[in-house]
Design a binder for this molecule. Sequence first.
Ligand code: KG4
Ligand code: ZN
Length: 341
Amino acid sequence: MTILGIESSCDETSAAVVRDGKLLANVTATQLFHSKYGGVVPELASRAHQRRIIPVVEEALIKSGVSRKELDGVSAVYGPGLVGAILVGLSFGKSLALGLGVPFVGVDHMEAHIFSNLIEDPKPSFPFINLTVSGGHTQLVLVKGPFEYTLLGETKDDAAGEAFDKVAKMLGVGYPGGPLIDKYAARGNPAFVSFPRSYLEEGSLEFSFSGLKTSVLYYLRKIGYKSAATSDGAAGNQLLADLCASFQAAVVDVLIEKAIRAAEAHKVRQIAVAGGVSANSELRRRLTEVAAGRKIQVFIPKLEFCTDNGAMVAMVGYVKLASGRASSLELTAEPNLTLSS
Ligand code: KG4
Ligand code: ZN
């Protein structure tokens, strides 16, 4: 069975082909132009998806050596995300399925992130804890099997990636903030400022990052911080490096503590991490180290599958279609879709 997967929920236009559970090709076009606006501009994102969707799908088919006629199904994300962006990939996917006379499978973007650890070996086996940390979400999920999810906790305010992006803006380092903070933090002192860690009430698996963000803002005001863009630039700026490392440590500490707490509470020995923030080098290094000490195995996908990609969508589409779960062509975009079993 050969299936095409399409992702267009935010600022990545991506398409992939999976045959019998094996990834043949994954092509992603990232909309870098949003950086000059300091964040994703929804209207511009939709227009860029419209321009790129056909070339990206064509390239995925060429790279996989699969012709359109060989497709047994088409899958695309229908939520959550930016409605105008989702509509481009969803409408294109449904139309392609209709034209080819094959089934269409609508995919939940958050379910797809869980599947990003099921694309390549080594894969976690069921049950496992999944921590999805992206620009829009911070979620802990108990994955009991394919399509069997229990949402254990999510953020009450900002997502982890959103906190990285907002703090990067305050520091004046540019957008998207996560990769830049990660880079500068590498030569900084994580103990330079002790920013608050919000663990919430005893045993809670929920997250909150807005207090940390405010605390960074007050600290910058107190010291009369001058934006990296207007001082001596980012390179060689030790204060910037120390602030990045201190902020990053506060986020990473909470993510690690809660992921381990979830695994121990549910007697699960595997944690999978997904979403853009799983690219963070400190999170990857420290979570693996701390979990190993508790005899818990950690799975983090390669960078290509951390951020939004068509491969994870095609993989969900394949598993759903193989178990007879095709969608109606009347399926519409659900920007606030919540993960369900
Ligand atoms: O999953 P993703 O590509 O898109 C969403 O669905 O949101 O995640 C994007 C987020 C952004 O907030 C970005 O700053 C963050 O992931 N990110 C990182 C790193 N790389 C990307 N955050 C921390 N460290 C990184 N290395
Ligand atoms: Zn995502």
